[in-house]
Design a protein around this ligand. Structure first.
Ligand code: NDP
Ligand code: MG
Length: 382
């Protein structure tokens, strides 16, 4: 494999730091050209000292001067609006988009337009602008490889298969910390409880999304765009042990699954190395210790966000972008203790019912819809 020049967007986050661990293990295969963070300038500065990128971006402009005075031999750039420029830098081969939320969308589009290979952790990009991204991918010669563990599993199951032979995709979900909670118990859920995921250690936003299972809803939309398959053929199933990361059933009744311990480094290295596999020093499944692999259906009554997301893709147009923006605001409001846990779904549902647009889909109109939805979602249930 030729040495890949990487830009890691969101290098201080959960995915970003794990990606840098991989780069540490494979310094002969990867070189860091650009690193970015929003506010955590201290960690970003440490990363710059270790990986010597040519470009360093800090989103929060208030930290620009301090950062600039702390690091040398790198061009320091300020402002999140410059992220798409980092994503399209001439020197870069591969962009790992590990930003969180709508903030990652434009960089995904910019990277594809500039012909970069995109390793995509930022699932919100596809949720918001799947149609646009698919169009851009058709026009370019580049590839977009999912980092999300379920989609990495799907991709790994599909190697050597013809897409027309897929009967169904079974997307697994841990069910999160409230899998066995009644609706009544969910009314009392605190921020600390929701931030405590049983299997995965992740950033705050996706951890809350996992607890409401909006994460699974977003991932169904992500799979819809990645594999061009009707939502009806994507079936969510609860698998509390998070060992099977997803499955594909083919037209002859045979199913393939991808298994592994819950460890994001595996899908990250698969995306970075794709189509090759690279060795990874990480824990393996001990088959003598695994007791059970169990499955149960998703209860849409207790986890309405999954259904809202599936409905939004059927509505089409801007609906998934509205769903995403409303969810981002609702999660933020819950984390700020402004709304109770069960109202996250309500903010999303009300926003979907309220916000409509007949404009054609493009970056600018998507940004407008995102903004409009945020204003509305922040104003309701006061
Ligand atoms: P984190 O919150 O841990 O990290 C987000 C990163 O993006 C940080 O580097 C943060 O900087 C930066 N960032 C956040 N907002 C902005 C902004 N407005 N402008 C510029 N930079 C910004 O998130 P995760 O790593 O958990 O998740 C990243 C993406 O990957 C999400 O889309 C998530 O859904 C997806 N994903 C994550 C998984 C995981 O295990 N964590 C698993 C599967 C998917 P700073 O540190 O300075 O705030
Ligand atoms: Mg996932």
């Amino acid at each position: 494999m030729k040495k890949q020049k990487l830009a890691i967007l969101g290098s201080t986050g959960s995915i970003g730091t794990q990606a840098l661990d991989i780069v540490r293990q494979h310094s002969d295969k990867f070189e860091i050209v650009a690193l970015t963070a929003n506010s955590n300038w201290e960690l970003l500065a440490e990363q710059v000292k270790e990986f010597s990128p040519s470009y360093t971006l800090i989103g929060n402009e208030g930290h620009f001067e301090t950062l600039k005075n702390t690091i040398n031999h790198t061009e320091v750039i300020s402002g999140s609006d410059k992220l798409p420029e980092i994503a399209s830098l001439e020197e870069v081969d591969t962009v790992l988009n590990a930003l969180v939320g709508f903030a990652g969308f434009e960089s995904t589009v910019a990277a594809i337009r500039a012909g970069k290979k995109v390793a995509l952790a930022n699932k919100e990009s596809l949720v918001v602008g799947g149609a646009l991204i698919t169009e851009e991918l058709k026009k370019s010669k580049t590839e977009l490889i999912p980092v999300d563990s379920e989609h990495s599993a799907m991709l790994q199951c599909l190697v050597g298969e013809s897409m027309s032979n897929i009967e169904k995709i079974i997307i697994t979900a841990s069910g999160g910390p409230f899998r066995e909670f009644s609706l009544k118990q969910m009314e009392e859920v605190t921020v600390a409880e929701a931030l405590n995921h049983p299997n995965w250690n992740m950033g705050a936003k996706i951890t809350i999304d996992s607890s409401t299972m909006m994460n699974k809803g977003l991932e169904i939309i992500e799979a819809y765009w990645l594999f061009d398959i009707p939502v009806e053929k994507i079936e969510p199933v609860i698998h509390p042990q998070s060992i099977i990361h997803s499955m594909i059933t083919f037209i002859d009744g045979s199913s393939k699954a991808q298994l592994g311990l819950p460890d994001m480094k595996v899908p990250i290295i698969y995306a970075l190395g794709y189509p090759e596999r690279l060795p990874l020093e990480t824990a393996r499944i001990d088959w003598n210790k695994i007791q059970n692999l169990t499955f149960e259906p998703v209860d849409f009554k207790r986890f309405p966000c999954v259904k809202l997301a599936m409905d939004s893709i059927k509505l089409g147009g801007y609906a998934p972008a509205v769903l995403n923006a409303a969810n981002e605001v609702a999660v933020e409001r819950f984390l700020n203790k402004e709304i109770g846990y069960i109202y996250i779904a309500e903010v999303v549902e009300k926003s979907l019912a309220k916000i409509e647009s007949s404009d054609s889909l493009n970056i600018e109109t998507l940004k407008e819809i995102d903004k409009e939805t945020r204003t509305y979602a922040a104003s309701i249930l006061k």
